[in-house]
Write a protein that binds this ligand. Structure first.
Ligand SMILES: Cc1cc2nc3c(=O)[nH]c(=O)nc-3n(C[C@H](O)[C@H](O)[C@H](O)COP(=O)(O)O)c2cc1C
Length: 191
């Protein structure tokens, strides 16, 4: 059975550097035998999580769709921008909505036993590395196995060719390799 991987960036920005990293890692995962679903969180627009709103109206339709996608996949490839040294609000908000249970559902069911690989891109010198520390911690705490391998692409505003590939061939191979590592890990896990 092919492992199924859900791939997305924690940015809504049209020209997002993180959105550009996702297909590179996805290619690596596909080459290694995984099935990858690429999504844009912009297509899953969600209100800021509000427990009153949830109590009155339940989980919004886009939250249900996103949660179902998590259920349908074994792995997560996430490219995480860094805002003020941490996770972006849009990524945390998506995680918060997906984490909400419906009646009789075990806690954090959409996250338990998923495996994630993380990457980031930033115009800054650290490439968003500090934000990854927080994303790793959040995901680990909700039952996701986060692989030790991760890559932060610094000076992202200068890093890409017009065709979307990375100028640095080692970096390109590294991001593809991240996808491959996730796919191989999932294949071992699924036997
Ligand atoms: C509110 C805000 C805070 C930011 N804080 C950081 C930061 O702490 N570290 C960093 O490297 N870049 C920071 N940046 C710059 C982002 O890395 C940059 O906007 C990047 O393009 C965002 O990712 P994206 O291109 O995938 O949307 C910040 C940007 C915004 C809008």
């Amino acid at each position: 059975m092919k492992p199924r991987i859900l791939a997305f960036a924690g940015s809504l920005r049209r020209e997002s550097f993180n959105k550009r990293l996702v297909p590179i890692a996805a290619k690596g995962a596909r080459d290694a035998g995984a099935e990858v679903t690429l999504i844009d969180l912009k297509d899953f627009s969600l209100p800021l999580f509000d427990q009153d709103l949830e109590a009155e109206q339940g989980i919004p339709e886009n939250g249900k769709r996103l949660k179902q996608l998590f259920f349908n996949h074994d792995g997560l490839l996430i490219s995480c921008p860094e805002y003020n040294s941490s996770i972006t609000a849009v990524l945390k908000n998506a995680i918060d909505w997906v984490s909400r249970p419906v009646p009789d559902e075990p806690s954090l069911a959409a996250f338990k036993n998923k495996v994630a690989a993380l990457m980031s891109a930033s115009p800054g010198a650290l490439g968003g590395l500090r934000g990854l520390v927080h994303v790793r911690s959040i995901l680990s705490n909700i039952g996701v196995i986060v692989l030790p391998d991760q890559i932060a692409v610094a000076k992202a505003n200068e890093a890409f060719n017009a065709d979307g590939s990375l100028k640095d061939s080692k970096q390109q191979a590294g991001i593809e390799g991240l996808g491959q590592t996730l796919a191989s890990f999932l294949m071992k896990l699924k036997g």
